[in-house]
Design a protein around this ligand. Structure first.
Ligand SMILES: [Zn+2]
Length: 398
């Protein structure tokens, strides 16, 4: 009955900050990655986040990611509606505790320690660029309809992700293990949101590498580097191609901006039948985003949010909802929280879906009603197409 034995995941061996429960000051806890690696579904785990903060979690699922990280997911029984995700990579432990009142973030700080902080809210504002297909320099060849070239297997669609990071970003995060644990955490957060919203599909990390993008303090400067046709991007593309990745994100150490993403434009591009042909005709097409190192650490679901933009979802209607999105491909506010695609504020691990509730409140608005919000519906349509865009998948290489 090993599964029922409680195991202490973290020890409050070191403590920084106030004794007040859930204080916003950062506190450091010694982590025990080996215990986390051995956690099994059904196991009850006291998760000690400091001397004054102890949560009882029940493990629901454990996964070893394609990049070799251990991902442990579960619920906190003592706080109804609370899900947690913990990731261990090397000796680095990263995590999110999605408490409805105060979400927490566990950030690796080195030497087997992690800091526990209140999760941040990202800044407001438009954070996406429309990618103009008309300006793409490549001709669209007359080819067989894209649907006939789709992979024959009917497995759940997977979006493959490569990550490029700047020198300063790695310095800010501390170590490669810490960086990978945080990337895998953002991916696990995104996958939790897809699953919570009833979307079949997932994201996986297939490659991580340093790259010399500019070290501007403005995230938008870096994103511009990332989307322009440059020698640097040719090298990055070669790297992406090696893995057949559809999605490339850059992590940069910037002061302003949290994340940027490109939305394939013009409006309604995904509705067009030849969409797949058109994007494949663009040499080296990939969905691109740029995320600041600080937001990678402190803002849950920032990668899910930017990926959501890449997959043709916009902010909530109240935010003006600009961009080339279907009317219902939107974020949705539920009082003080919002779904993944809301422009700012605390996000819950859900894409909008009127058929799914969070704390008894629908997470979306049906099509046909005023200000519809059903990003899940849009993702169910777009994600399988997007997952087919790379010319050669990992599993088609010899
Ligand atoms: Zn946004």
């Amino acid at each position: 009955m090993r599964a029922l034995l409680p195991t202490t995941l973290t020890l409050a061996a070191a403590f920084v900050g106030s004794l007040a429960p859930l204080a916003s000051e950062s506190r450091a806890v010694k982590t025990r990655p080996s215990v986390l690696r051995d956690a099994a579904p059904g196991q009850r785990v006291p998760i000690r986040l400091g001397p004054d903060l102890r949560l009882i979690g029940t493990v629901q699922r454990t996964v070893t990611s394609s990049y070799g990280s251990r991902v442990v997911r579960g619920i906190v029984e003592s706080v109804p509606g609370t899900q947690f995700v913990l990731v261990v990579h090397g000796d680095a432990v990263a995590g999110t505790v999605y408490s409805p009142t105060k979400p927490l973030r566990v950030i690796p700080v080195g030497s087997g320690y992690s800091a526990v902080i209140e999760a941040d809210s990202p800044p407001t504002g438009i954070d996406f660029l429309e990618m103009d297909f008309a300006a793409a320099p490549h001709e669209i060849p007359g080819r067989a309809p894209a649907s006939s070239r789709l992979r024959a297997d009917s497995d759940s669609p997977v979006i493959d992700l490569v990550v490029l990071f700047t020198k300063k970003a790695l310095q800010e995060i501390g170590s490669r293990d810490a960086l990978i644990s945080l990337l895998e955490l953002q991916i696990a957060d995104a996958n939790l949101a897809l699953e919570n919203s009833g979307v079949d599909g997932s994201v996986r990390l297939v490659g991580v590498k340093p790259a010399r993008y500019n070290e501007s303090e403005d995230l938008f400067d870096v994103h511009r580097d990332h989307v322009q046709e440059t020698k640097l991007n040719k090298r990055s593309r070669k790297f992406s191609r090696r893995f057949g990745a559809e999605y490339a994100t850059v992590i940069a150490a910037t002061e302003s901006g949290c994340g940027w993403a490109t939305i394939p434009g013009p409006a309604g591009i995904y509705q067009e039948r030849d969409f797949l042909d058109r994007v494949q005709a663009i040499k080296g097409f990939s969905f691109k985003s740029t995320i600041s190192a600080q937001c990678l650490q402190t803002v849950p679901l920032i990668l899910a949010h930017e990926l959501g933009h890449n997959l043709a979802n916009c902010h909530e209607h109240e935010e003006g909802g600009g961009g080339p999105c279907r009317p219902y491909a939107r974020g949705h506010r539920l009082g003080i929280v919002g779904t993944v695609m809301v422009a700012a504020g605390r996000r819950i691990p859900h894409f909008s879906n009127p058929a799914v509730e969070y704390s008894g409140i629908p997470t979306g608005v049906p099509r046909g009603e005023e200000d519809p919000a059903d990003a899940a519906r849009n993702l169910r349509r777009v994600l399988p197409i997007a997952s087919q865009i790379a010319r050669c998948k990992v599993d088609c290489e010899p």
